[in-house]
Design a protein around this ligand. Structure first.
Ligand code: HEC
Length: 159
């Protein structure tokens, strides 16, 4: 009987998987995610179309939410200070509520900005992981529901 040409490939595959698994078991120490090294560029790429420097401040946005919504503009988040309003400021937790994949939301549905995190599931999951790592404490509560300890647990380092 002739040797099947696929045999060496079939033998090679488990070896390759073993090699890859070996790499995954010892990941390099991941550097700290900061606004400066990661989040600024991520927001710029994924969110600035509607949350850039032509978008209203949170204060202005709250005065005419429906009007801005119709123009596809949300509150600006093009600087650290503007973004932090939605992380632990007057609108604390808004970033987490809107970006969550449904794991922590009350209705188990993804927040309505989750889809903007990437063009496919893997990219969305990867970028969500970056936001989570940056925030440190992924708490979806609103400003008035947060305890002092919960507020302090939010890291979101600038640099
Ligand atoms: C295509 C336009 C668009 C893109 C892109 C977009 N957003 Fe939004 N976003 C909006 C609009 C419009 C609103 C206001 C309406 C609403 O609350 O859903 C909003 C609201 C929000 C809010 C709630 C603000 C508040 O406190 O009321 C957050 C947080 C938010 N977006 C985060 C993000 C993040 C983070 C990204 C990028 C990953 C992003 N958005 C990408 C249009 C967009």
């Amino acid at each position: 009987m002739a040797r099947h040409p696929l045999v060496p490939v079939a033998v090679g595959t488990p070896l390759l998987i073993l090699l890859l698994a070996g790499c995954a078991a010892t990941p390099p120490a991941s550097p700290k995610v900061t606004y400066e090294n990661t989040i600024r560029a991520l927001v710029d790429k994924r969110c600035s179309e509607c949350h850039g420097n032509d978008a209203p401040s949170m204060e202005e946005f709250k005065k005419d939410q429906e009007g801005y919504k119709a123009k596809k503009l949300g509150p600006r988040m093009d600087t650290y200070e503007h973004l932090m309003v939605m992380v632990n400021g007057s609108d604390a937790g808004a970033l987490m509520r809107r970006l969550d994949d449904g794991t922590n939301t009350k209705d188990n549905k993804p927040g309505n900005m989750h889809k903007h995190l990437g063009s496919d599931d893997a990219q969305r999951a990867g970028n969500l992981a970056l936001f989570k790592s940056w925030v440190g404490s992924w708490n979806l509560k609103r400003a008035k529901e947060l305890s002092e300890e919960e507020k302090k647990a939010v890291l979101a380092p600038r640099a």
